[in-house]
Design a protein around this ligand. Structure first.
Ligand code: KG4
Ligand code: ZN
Length: 334
């Protein structure tokens, strides 16, 4: 059975066709980076309008490239939340229209669950698993148990890891989104140029990144006041190392607490080469099975939505036309 996946929660419009037997049939992602970069971040109204203009043609293009039609589709999976409400609505209304017109089951996928299930596109499903979700809006350590229920272990108390990368990048004059730009600069930089500390929280599995952001900004301002411009590559390498160190050390702690044997690292920041390298070292040292999607499946896409939708379908968890998007949709059952 083929599942049509639709993703429009933030600044990528994406559609995909995926089936348990066939695997990936097609995955198209239309990025809005050009639209938002001049504002240094996502402008919600512009995002919704662009999704509206892009989604139908993108779906048509996907079916054409795949040589399929809507009659080959068995279910529609769509991101229900969390995300920007206007952006989510575009995907949801389109999914509802297709579901109604074709009499197809409708699956409402949590975007964060989508990132986690994206790890099962290229690796066999292995549960229970500890998952680190690191994206532009979220930094979460969660446990996915054998019944496919999520439990929270820790999360950021302030900024998300991706948000911190984006904000610091913006401050030092790098274009949006900042994560890939920081990575690029960091590759020729010295990680030991400066040690930036990362805050500790009451719950040792919680994160805090706003102090790090302030520390980098203050360091740059002080250097400049003293007539020194910090070398961009060294600054990025040191800053990136601090972000990665925080993510790796908390994950290591969570592995110890949970005794989990499977580790998923996912979300846009999981595309980061230094984080991937450090997580591979950690997994090797601890003898755990590392499930990390390839970089193109870490950032927002609809294949992960199809895959997560498949799990919902198997559990009989469909939604109806009266169900709505939820910009604050929780990953955890009430
Ligand atoms: O998952 P995602 O595509 O969208 C959200 O759900 O937020 O994540 C986007 C975030 C942005 O903050 C972006 O800067 C970051 O992922 N990102 C990276 C890399 N690629 C994307 N951060 C570090 N290194 C990368 N290579
Ligand atoms: Zn995402």
């Amino acid at each position: 059975m083929l599942i049509l996946g639709i993703e429009s929660s933030c600044d990528e419009t994406a559609v995909a066709l995926w089936g348990e037997e066939e695997g990936e049939v097609i995955s198209l992602v239309s990025s809005q980076v050009d639209l938002h970069s001049r504002y240094g971040g996502v402008v919600p109204e512009l995002a919704s309008r662009r999704h509206l203009e892009t989604l139908a043609p993108l779906l048509e293009e996907a079916l054409k490239q795949a040589g399929r039609s809507l009659s080959d589709v068995g279910a529609v999976a769509v991101t229900q939340g969390p995300g920007l409400v206007g952006a989510l609505l575009v995907g949801m209304e389109s999914a509802k229209a297709i579901s109604l017109a074709r009499n197809l089951p409708l699956l409402g996928v949590n975007h964060l669950a989508g990132h986690v299930y994206g790890a099962f596109l290229e690796h066999p499903m292995a549960l229970p698993a500890l998952a680190l979700i690191v994206s532009g809006g979220h930094t979460e350590l969660v446990l996915l148990d054998q019944k496919e229920r999520f439990t929270s272990l820790g999360s950021t108390r302030d900024d998300a890891a991706g948000e911190t990368l984006d904000k610091v990048a913006r401050f030092i004059g790098l274009p949006y989104p900042g994560g890939p730009q920081v990575q690029k600069q960091a590759e020729s930089g010295n990680r030991s140029y400066h040690h930036f500390p990362v805050g500790e929280m009451e719950n040792p599995l919680d994160f805090s990144f706003s102090g790090l952001k302030t520390a980098v900004i203050t360091f740059v301002e002080k250097s400049r006041a003293g007539g020194v411009e910090p070398p961009l590559a060294d600054l990025c390498a040191s800053f990136q190392e601090a972000v990665v160190e925080a993510l790796v050390s908390k994950t290591q702690r969570a592995l110890r607490v949970t005794q989990a044997r499977n580790l998923i690292v996912c979300g846009g920041v999981a595309a980061n080469r230094r984080l991937r390298e450090r997580m591979a070292e950690l997994a090797l040292a601890k003898g755990v099975n590392l499930l990390i999607p390839s970089a193109r499946l870490c950032t927002d896409n609809a294949l992960m939505i199809s895959r997560a939708g498949w799990s919902l379908y198997q559990q009989g968890r469909t939604i109806g036309l009266s169900d709505d998007v939820d910009p604050n949709l929780s990953l955890f059952d009430a």
